[in-house]
Write a protein that binds this ligand. Structure first.
Ligand SMILES: N[C@@H](CCC(=O)N[C@@H](CS)C(=O)NCC(=O)O)C(=O)O
Length: 210
């Protein structure tokens, strides 16, 4: 039995989707941002970063969304959410997971929390810069998806759930991931998955979904 500490529409979405793809028994603990529950002493004892998500798996506590995804892939190899260890496909899977969490996600943090990086007067400009950088990155994903339904080819993997999560964060930007043709179709394809729809219902999300 897993417990995922999260908030709706956050970095907890990819692990949440994977729990449902796997069919793993799990409990969702939704922290209230307005009450700063993610900064409470109780939560900081689980995740000293004061951020979501955090997964509790028995006596194991793991934070960092990508790490949780990789752990779930390893614990449930039969779910086929990652290629076999040691294969070329696995190397490609690592490449995309690292790229997503290490390239796109940091610029998302700049876009959503500019005040943590620069004085208030510079925030609007920084958001514009971050949005432009994000769009260049989404163009790389779009080009990759030109000849394949998923990042790794024909087979859906945890990297696709991660890309879906990050791409939907652009839904209220001027430069939207969904406006890129291949990425737009990819988002529709992933959103059509029953596990993804169920995660959206459980998180209480409303349109636009991506
Ligand atoms: N690198 C972390 C980032 C987590 C993160 O920034 N989560 C956001 C929500 S998407 C959060 O908890 N924000 C609250 C805050 O920073 O105060 C991960 O991937 O888990």
């Amino acid at each position: 039995m897993y417990t995922l500490h999260t908030m709706p529409s956050t970095a907890g979405m990819a692990p949440h989707i994977l729990l449902r793809e796997i069919g793993a028994e799990h409990e969702l603990v939704f922290l209230e941002r307005a009450k700063e529950e993610h900064k409470s002493a109780e939560y900081l004892a689980l995740n000293p970063n004061g951020r979501v998500p955090t997964l509790v798996d028995g006596d194991l506590v793991v934070y960092e969304s990508a790490a949780i995804c990789l752990h779930l892939c390893d614990r449930h190899p039969q779910a086929g959410l990652a290629p076999a260890v040691g294969t070329q496909e696995r190397a490609r899977f690592y490449q995309w997971m690292a790229w997503l969490t290490n390239t796109i996600q940091p610029d998302m943090l700049v876009y959503f929390y500019p005040e943590r990086y620069v004085p208030a007067a510079a925030c609007a400009d920084l958001k514009t810069v971050a949005e432009g950088r994000l769009h260049l990155q989404f163009q790389i994903a779009d080009a990759t998806l030109a000849d394949r339904p998923y990042l790794l080819g024909e087979t859906y993997s945890a990297a696709d759930a991660y890309l879906f999560m990050l791409a939907r964060w652009s839904r209220n930007m001027t430069l939207k991931a969904r406006d890129l043709p291949n990425l737009g179709h990819f988002l529709e394809r992933v959103y059509a998955r029953p596990a993804v729809r169920a995660a959206f219902v459980a998180e209480g999300l409303e349109a636009p979904y991506f």
